[in-house]
Ligand binder design. Sequence first.
Ligand SMILES: *Cc1c(COP(=O)(O)O)cnc(C)c1O
Length: 396
Amino acid sequence: MKTSSFIEESEQYLLHTYNRYPIVIEKGEGVYLYDSSGKKYLDFASGIGVYAFGYHYKDYDDFLKGQIDKIMHTSNLFYHEHTRDAAKAFIDASGMDRVFFTNSGAEAIEGALKAAKKYAYTKKGKNSYEIVAMEHSFHGRTLGALSVTGNSKYREPFEPLIPGVKFAELNNIESVKNVISERTCAVILEPVQGEGGVYPADVNFLKELKKVCGEKEILLIFDEIQCGMGRTGDLFAFQGYGIMPDILVSAKALGGGVPVGAFAMTAGVAEHSLAAGDHGSTYGGNPFVCAAVKKVFDIFEKDNIVEHVREISSYLEKKLDELVAVYDCITVRRGTGCIQALEFTRDVAPIIIEAQKKGLIIISAGPKVLRFLPPLVITKEHVDEMLFVLKQILNK
Ligand SMILES: *Cc1c(COP(=O)(O)O)cnc(C)c1O
């Protein structure tokens, strides 16, 4: 079937919530994607930060195939070895004390918000329901996650959303203090804003924020759905900052390709928060996805992925900085580790389309921001290959 008629047919059945690119993906191999005509693409998006190890990591594939032959789903009425192992791996790696597995990032945000609300309800009473979130943040598309997403265009059609959400400015502690009240139960933020344009939080801002939250018994929630799982050159971004949240949210690369998210909390929060009957999920943390989570943590350790990210990202940063110096249309580089961005003076959409024609997948984070979110296992050769294509486009 011709690509154009295939796309036409797909659009006939799918709800049009995405403007998809006119590419039909057939398979992935390593850090490359192949479309249905056999064309090869270097993948600098990794399924939006999901495929940390590239496509077809043998050990991971074999383990999941084996699990399919045993059992994929049990419901949370029972225990399973992989669910225990995945939880232990998450707790050991994060320093949190209790974890709940979900089926997506947005759902993990929902759980984190519920956990914070329940904690405040238990400790301070039912009027402590306000949440402070950041402008330009992104936390997902479900109603709770949308309520704390700092983009009014996404929120407006669905209002009224959950009440008591106030927005502050990232890296401006006064703006946070201005909206905190007696009723505030939590502050939620991404240590590195992803969708909003790749803006890392300043370490001093986070230090101050931690202090303010601590003084007022307000829970600090870090959304590490995009910036966690090795991407910043630490297993979790907060570890690089040396600032521990009370609630940590993960997803995307957590499952290496299967739909899974997680929210975790300290023992102090868990003790006064969600209890039996307060939260649940039919699929959440089933043996199949937990086999994936367990393998993902294994591979991080076995293959020294975090060290590799530190090495390769210093090369990537250097090369991107060279582009900023050479091309007038690029104003600045932002980012840390393997979550990087270049800000342009003009729309980047044509660059993305041109890159696809030349066999490079790259995405945006806002109209003028090109985002680099490669598999964490890329090498210098892959960076050079990406730059070769990008320079060709920019030179035109
Ligand atoms: C992708 C993302 C989400 C939402 O995750 P989904 O799995 O798409 O629901 C939430 N927060 C951040 C920071 C994200 O990047």
